[in-house]
Design a protein around this ligand. Structure first.
Ligand code: URA
Length: 246
């Protein structure tokens, strides 16, 4: 009787080796992903950067022509400049002062007078370069005799600051002084945690919503150290919190 043998499907030389998947010739050695990914990232960065520049330039043009409050006349009469903001457009840390002083209005640069010298020293003390941060103010124009900002001026001017924050997207905003602290804490939903600046200076607040997380750290205004040297020590201690965000 014939044996019931299995059909001989294995060829005499054994099974052929399974062919390795070869990469088609047009794919770069490092893999198609790597090179394309890099190009895409570089293009995206350029695109974002140019959009940022464009949007910040638009704000500048608008501020130059802004007549929403009486500080415009003050600017023109005195041949002052508005102080729009200065620094790194990709800054992680943004400082927001109150309003330009005389030196700032004469030059168009924020914190370039006596208070600016203190701010520079504070930044240096914690190893942060001024060119790596962004510096703006609540008001873009100098109030006469450096008087306090008026509610109608804050209302007219802060939409520019809000747009600057939206464009630059800092992770940490440091209000300098109580006007800036009050405005920014309200703006970022921290109104119920506002206390006197003497109580909450140097403290870290977290503002969180579905789309963003931002830290607010209020500081005393550096100008206080120009007439009270003890305040420089307090400011120096407070600024140390920034070391962890460098
Ligand atoms: N004080 C401010 O609040 N802002 C400046 O730019 C300068 C001094």
């Amino acid at each position: 009787m014939k044996k019931n043998t299995a059909p001989n499907i294995v060829p005499a030389g054994g099974l052929p080796a399974i062919k390795k998947k070869t990469v088609p010739k047009f794919v770069p050695a490092g893999g198609i992903g790597k090179k394309l990914k890099k190009t895409a990232i570089v293009s995206a960065v350029y695109f974002i950067k140019s959009m940022t520049e464009k949007e910040l330039k638009e704000i500048k043009e608008e501020v130059l022509n802004c007549k929403k409050c009486s500080l415009y006349e003050e600017r023109v009469e005195n041949r002052f400049y508005p102080v729009i903001g200065e620094g790194n457009h990709q800054a992680k840390i943004m400082f927001v002062g109150e309003a330009p002083g005389l030196q700032e209005a004469k030059t168009g640069r924020p914190f370039c007078g006596a208070a600016g010298k203190i701010l520079d020293e504070l930044l240096e003390s914690v190893g942060i370069k001024r060119e790596n941060v962004y510096i703006a103010n609540i008001l873009k124009d100098r109030p006469p005799e450096n008087r306090d900002p008026q509610p109608e001026e804050i209302k007219a001017c802060t939409p520019y600051l809000e747009r600057q924050i939206e464009i630059i997207k800092p992770e940490i905003i440091c209000p300098l002084g109580r006007y800036s602290m009050n405005f920014l804490m309200e703006r970022f939903g921290l109104g119920n945690q506002i206390e006197g600046i003497s109580k909450i200076h140097g403290r870290l607040f977290e503002s969180k919503n579905l789309f963003q997380k931002i830290y607010i750290i209020p500081f005393y205004h550096p100008a206080v150290a120009t007439y009270n040297p003890n305040m420089k020590k307090i400011l120096g201690e407070d600024f140390k919190i920034l070391e962890r965000f460098k």
